[in-house]
Write a new protein. Structure first.
Length: 152
């Protein structure tokens, strides 16, 4: 998840946008004048589809898509399709707008984690919880028993 605060220099209007890896994987990280962009910047200085934020290998990147007015990241001019790794406190300049990167959190896909899957099963099915408790008891009992028999 990446949180961006947009401030218009002249009017001082601000908006906040939160972009998730899921949203970005569906092409939802577009920035521009077009109303379907994830971050809409309503100004003639901004191209309809000006730039984008992508999520790749656990990181968030900004790139200008060949806009007319251009973009800067931390006062460095962005070339077309040049990717900038985004970190907290980065500042993206697009026309009359400053985009402040407030927060960047790594995405953790917990759905496929076996411990989480097992925990969800236990919570949603009390009989599974009882079966697991019984299984743990018997495994412990057998481990202790086999250790006792080996030791004597």
């Amino acid at each position: 998840m990446i949180e961006i605060k947009v401030i218009h220099h002249l009017t001082e209007e601000s908006q906040e946008s939160i972009l998730t890896p899921e949203m970005l994987s569906r092409g939802g990280g577009l920035i521009g004048r077009h109303p379907k962009c994830a971050v809409v910047l309503n100004s003639p200085d901004v191209s309809r589809v000006h730039a984008r934020i992508i999520y790749q290998a656990g990181q968030y990147y900004f790139s200008d898509l060949g806009s007319t007015g251009g973009s800067t990241v931390n006062e460095q001019e962005a070339e077309t399709n040049q990717e900038f790794l985004l970190q907290p406190n980065d500042i993206i300049q697009i026309g009359e707008f400053a985009l402040f990167v407030n927060e960047v959190k790594p995405h953790r896909n917990r759905v496929n984690n076996p411990i989480v899957v097992l925990a969800k099963m236990v919570i949603s099915h009390p009989y599974v919880a009882l079966a697991l408790i019984g299984l743990v008891f018997w495994v412990t009992f057998l481990a202790i028993s086999s250790h006792l028999f080996v030791a004597t």
